[in-house]
Design a protein around this ligand. Structure first.
Ligand code: SD4
Length: 323
């Protein structure tokens, strides 16, 4: 269980306003940096980080931590934007996108995968057991089943009911900051200073069947460069893909920007390139650099991210481009 004693919320990236008292001498209004560290998108990142922290705090590898971390919302049927219980596409099918990337620049991904509760683990297996980076659809499912994953029904009665309700209008209008949790993107640095990341989602609800978002696309939904830092994205994937989002955030850090500045720069780029879309879409990034600094930034108000390091954990409301 999370210890409330160690729980704080922050109101802007890195600069904390404590909502719940934190009874140590840390988090006194400034960012606590250093390793190990795990950062993930949205408020469900708190529970996911806790699972990741068990591995990081005992000297484990960042790759193992991010996989274990994102498996928490993947398996939670109450989380309707990731894994089991994810809202389906417009044909009523739950299709999952997921990827993972390690400190050696290795990556694995699955797109439009059905029936498997933990697509992130299939993505890891693609990375570790195949000569490829991405497997999609039927091929990804066959690979998963051949490797011992179990076929399951991911459409819960609640998600099915929501889809049937949606069918009454069939209006495709993805909601900004959906239930305050969308994709989970998680990035971590372990005690050895190595970086890894994972990103996993059921994608935008009621998307066209076969649609793939940014989340399983290396460079868009996730990017890790062990020399520089790591970044991951959430929001309307089409705009993250079109701006090479997470890779761009890492490149901004390479040019000397802090994690928050780097995220902000890429969000600003989205706003500049697609001004007519800004009011309807959310795009947000989180990032960490090799010094253990971290941050996030959203196009719209309402994006938050969870982090956990040696000082405890926190949920931070990210700064944003516009309300
Ligand atoms: C996607 N980025 O499929 C994901 C979903 C998400 O807000 O984050 N939704 O586009």
């Amino acid at each position: 269980m999370l210890s409330r004693r160690k729980f704080i919320t922050q109101t802007s990236a890195g600069a904390a306003a404590l909502a719940i008292p934190f009874d140590s001498n840390s988090f006194s209004g400034k960012m606590i940096t250093g390793k190990p560290l795990v950062l993930s998108t949205w408020n469900f990142g708190v529970a996911a980080n806790e699972a990741a922290w068990k591995i990081l705090s005992t000297g484990g590898r960042a790759l193992d931590a991010v996989e274990a971390g994102v498996k928490v919302p993947e398996a939670d049927p109450k989380v309707t934007s990731v894994g089991l219980g994810g809202l389906p596409d417009r044909d009523g099918l739950v299709t999952l996108d997921s990827c993972i990337m390690d400190e050696n620049g290795q990556a694995g991904s699955v797109c439009c995968l059905e029936h498997i509760v933990h697509p992130v683990s299939v993505a890891r297996m693609v990375m570790e057991k195949t000569p490829h980076v991405i497997l999609v659809g039927e091929g990804a499912l066959k690979f998963a089943l051949d490797n011992g994953f179990k076929k399951e029904n991911l459409l819960t009665p609640e998600s099915e009911a929501a889809w049937k309700e949606w069918l009454k209008t069939s209006k495709y209008a993805p909601v900004i900051n959906f239930e305050n949790h969308d994709t989970i993107g998680m990035i971590a640095m372990d005690a050895n200073g190595n970086l890894s990341g994972a990103c996993t989602t059921s994608g935008l609800a009621y998307k066209m069947h076969g649609r793939v978002g940014d989340s399983p696309i290396i460079g868009a939904g996730l990017f890790v460069d062990n020399e520089i830092g790591a970044a991951t994205a959430t929001g309307h994937g089409e705009f993250v893909i079109k701006t090479a989002g997470s890779a761009m955030v890492v490149e901004m850090m390479r040019q000397g920007k802090s994690p928050v500045e780097a995220c902000k720069e890429v969000v600003n780029r989205v706003a500049k390139k697609y001004p007519e879309k800004v009011k309807d879409i959310q795009v947000a990034f989180i990032a960490i650099n090799k010094a253990g600094e971290y941050g996030g930034y959203g196009l719209h108000k309402g994006f938050n991210y969870a982090h956990y390091n040696t000082q405890g954990f926190a949920l931070t409301d990210a700064s944003y481009f516009t309300e």
